[in-house]
Design a protein around this ligand. Structure first.
Ligand code: G16
Length: 544
C-alpha cells in the first residue's frame, strides 16, 4: 500500500476544549484541518502504533468522510487494527465500552455532542485513552502542542473501505473489523439492571414511557433495548431514525429542544416516564408526569437509591460531581458515609477517580451521569437506571424525587447561559469579576453573607496534577453558591454560564419554582458581575 507523506502547516486553533476539538463543519472541511489533528494524535500517542483503535461517531454530517480519512491515516501510521461501528456509528458510551472490552489502546470519537449538525452545523473529534475515557489534560495538551508544530502527515493511498457490512477485512497491513454498534452495549446494560422487573413494568397496562432519540445516535440503541429486549410497545422510542442533521434541530435533551416530549409529559394523559438523550448518546433528561428532574437532583437520587439496582447492590465506593453541579449528592454521600469529590467541569476529570476505585457514580449539571461501567457519561444507562428504580420502588418519578427532598432538603438550582457574546466582552467580565473576588468575603447581600470567593482549582488526588482557572465561585455562609465560567464547548463567540444554588430544608418550602426560589441570588449575580451591561443582553438565552 502506497503511503503519502503530505506537507502541511500548523493551524493555531486546534486546542481541545472541555470535550475534544469542536468547530463548525466548515473548519473541518478546510484542506488538511482534520488530517493535522489526527496526525497530532498519532505523533503524540506513540503507544497507538501496533495496537487496536476504536473508531466511530454520532453519524452527523461529515462523519462518513472523516471515518474514511482516519482509516487511511491509521494505515499509514501503522495501527494494527481499527474496530469501527457499522456505518461509522458508535455512541460515545458504546465507544468507551468497546475500548475497554477489547483492550484497545484508545479510540477516536467523532461528535459535537448536542451541538447542531449538517453542513452549516458543528463537527468534533475527541481522543479517548485506553481506560475508555476522554483524554486527560496532559494528553490533550500534548496533542495541542504537536498540532502547533506539525509539518507533514501520513495517509495511505487506499480504496474506500467498506464500513457498511459487519465483518473482518484487511486493507494493506491493517485489519479493519466492522462491528454491530449496539449489541455489546445492550449486553452490558442487561448485565447491570433488573431486566425482568423492567420488562414487567413496561408491559403492564398501567405504565407507559416515551424516549426521545432526537434523530441522533441513540435511536437504534433505544429501539433494541427498550422495544426489543424489554418489550416496550412499538412507538415508545420517538424520533428514532438517526439523521445527519438531526432533522435540523439541536440534539440537546432539554425542554427547549425536546419540545414534543415536553408537551407530551406536561400535557393531559401524560406517559408515566419520559426521557431523552443527545447527539452522541451521553447526556440524558429525565421527566415524570408533569415533572422535570434536574440533573443534579437526578445524580443525588441515583446515589441514594443505588442499592436497589443489581449492579450497585454492594454499595457505592464514593461519588463525584463537577464543581458547578449542585451539592445535592454531597448530602447523600454524607448520609451514606462515603467520599464525595468535586472536580472541574469535563468528564475527563472523573477517569482517575473511577480507575482508582474511589468512586462508583458521578455526574454533572449538564445532563450527564454515569458509573464505573464505562468511562464516559451514559444517557441510556441513566434512563435504564431510573426505569429500574421506578420498577423497584413502585412509585412515580415525582414521588421518588419529592421523598428525596423531604429527607435531604431541596437544592434549588438553575443555570443561566448567555450565548454567542463577543469573546473580548466575556473575557473582560471574567477579569473584572476575578479581581473583585478578594473584597467579597464578609460582604452582606440582604440576609446573605459571603463566606468565601475564589477561582476554583483542582488537585487530582490520584496523580497530583493541578488544573487552575476552573470557574469563579461566590460561596455564601448558608451554603448558597453562585458560579461563573465560560463554556469550553461552544463554537461561536463565548458562552457565559452562571450557576445558582440554594439549599432549602423547610418542608413547606420545597415546591417553589426554581427561578422564584433563586431570585435573590440571580439579582446578586447581576449586581456583582454587571452581566447585562457587559454582555449587552437583557436576559439569558437559555435557562436550565
Ligand atoms: C461536555 C463535557 C461535560 C461538560 C459539558 C459542558 O459534554 O463532557 O463534562 O459538562 O461539555 O461543558 P461546557 O460548560 O464547557 O460547555 P458534552 O455532552 O457536550 O460532550
Amino acid at each position: 500500500m502506497e503511503i503519502r507523506v503530505v506537507s502541511t502547516r500548523p493551524f493555531k486553533d486546534q486546542k481541545p476544549g472541555t470535550s475534544g476539538l469542536r468547530k463548525q463543519v466548515s473548519y473541518f472541511r478546510k484542506p488538511h484541518y482534520l488530517e493535522n489533528f489526527v496526525q497530532s494524535i498519532f505523533n503524540s500517542q506513540q503507544g497507538l502504533a501496533g495496537n487496536e483503535l476504536i473508531l466511530g461517531g454520532d453519524g452527523r454530517f461529515f462523519n462518513r468522510e472523516a471515518v474514511q480519512i482516519i482509516l487511511r491515516m491509521a494505515m499509514a501510521n501503522e495501527i494494527r487494527k481499527v474496530t469501527v461501528g457499522l456505518g461509522g456509528i458508535l455512541s460515545t458510551p458504546a465507544a468507551s465500552h468497546l475500548i475497554r472490552s477489547r483492550g484497545a489502546a484508545g479510540g477516536i470519537v467523532l461528535s459535537a455532542s448536542h451541538n447542531p449538525g449538517g453542513p452549516t452545523g458543528d463537527f468534533g473529534i475527541k481522543f479517548n485513552v485506553a481506560n475508555g475515557g476522554p483524554a486527560p489534560e496532559s494528553v490533550t495538551g500534548a496533542i495541542h502542542a504537536t498540532s502547533l508544530e506539525i509539518d507533514h502527515y501520513r495517509i495511505a493511498r487506499a480504496p474506500h473501505v467498506d464500513i457498511d457490512h459487519v465483518g473482518h477485512q484487511h486493507v494493506g497491513e491493517m485489519e479493519v473489523e466492522v462491528v454491530d454498534p449496539v449489541r455489546d452495549y445492550a449486553d452490558l446494560m442487561e448485565s447491570l439492571f433488573d431486566f425482568p422487573a423492567m420488562r414487567s413494568l413496561l408491559q403492564s397496562r398501567d405504565f407507559s414511557m416515551r424516549f426521545d432519540a432526537m434523530h441522533a445516535v441513540t435511536g437504534p440503541y433505544a429501539e433494541e433495548i427498550l422495544e426489543q429486549r424489554l418489550g416496550a410497545p412499538a412507538g415508545t422510542v420517538m424520533r428514532k431514525e438517526p439523521l445527519a442533521d438531526f432533522g435540523g434541530r439541536h440534539p440537546d435533551p432539554n425542554l427547549t429542544h425536546a419540545r414534543e416530549l415536553g408537551e407530551l409529559m406536561f400535557g393531559r394523559d401524560a406517559p408515566d416516564f419520559g426521557a431523552a438523550s443527545d447527539g452522541d448518546g451521553d447526556r440524558n433528561m429525565i421527566l415524570g408526569q408533569g415533572f422535570f428532574v434536574s440533573p443534579s437532583d437526578s445524580l443525588a437520587v441515583m446515589a441514594a437509591n443505588a442499592h436497589l439496582i443489581p449492579a450497585y447492590r454492594g454499595g457505592l465506593k464514593g461519588v463525584a460531581r463537577s464543581m458547578p453541579t449542585s451539592q445535592a449528592v454531597d448530602a447523600v454521600a454524607q448520609a451514606l458515609g462515603i467520599p464525595c469529590y468535586e472536580t472541574p467541569t469535563g468528564w475527563k476529570f472523573f477517569g482517575n477517580l473511577l480507575d482508582d476505585a474511589r468512586i462508583t457514580l458521578c455526574g454533572e449539571e449538564s445532563f450527564g451521569t454515569s458509573s464505573d461501567h464505562v468511562r464516559e457519561k451514559d444517557g441510556l444507562w441513566a434512563v435504564l437506571f431510573w426505569l429500574n428504580l421506578i420498577a423497584a420502588r413502585g412509585q412515580s418519578v415525582a414521588t421518588i424525587v419529592r421523598e428525596h427532598w423531604q429527607r435531604f432538603g431541596r437544592h434549588y438550582y438553575t443555570r443561566h447561559d448567555y450565548e454567542e457574546i463577543e469573546s473580548e466582552r466575556a473575557e473582560e467580565l471574567m477579569i473584572r469579576l476575578r479581581s473583585a473576588l478578594p473584597d467579597l468575603p464578609g460582604r452582606d447581600f440582604g440576609p446573605l453573607r459571603v463566606g468565601a470567593a475564589d477561582d476554583f482549582s483542582y488537585r487530582d488526588p490520584v496523580d497530583d496534577s493541578v488544573s487552575t482557572g476552573q470557574g469563579l465561585r461566590i460561596l455564601f455562609e448558608d451554603g448558597s453558591r453562585i458560579v461563573f465560567r465560560l463554556s469550553g464547548t461552544g463554537t461561536l463567540g463565548a458562552t457565559l454560564r452562571v450557576y445558582l444554588e440554594r439549599h432549602e430544608t423547610r418542608p413547606e418550602q420545597l415546591e417553589e419554582d426554581s427561578q422564584a426560589a433563586l431570585a435573590a441570588l440571580i439579582e446578586i449575580a447581576e449586581s456583582v458581575a454587571d452581566i447585562r451591561n457587559l454582555t449587552g443582553k437583557e436576559a439569558p438565552d437559555v435557562i436550565t
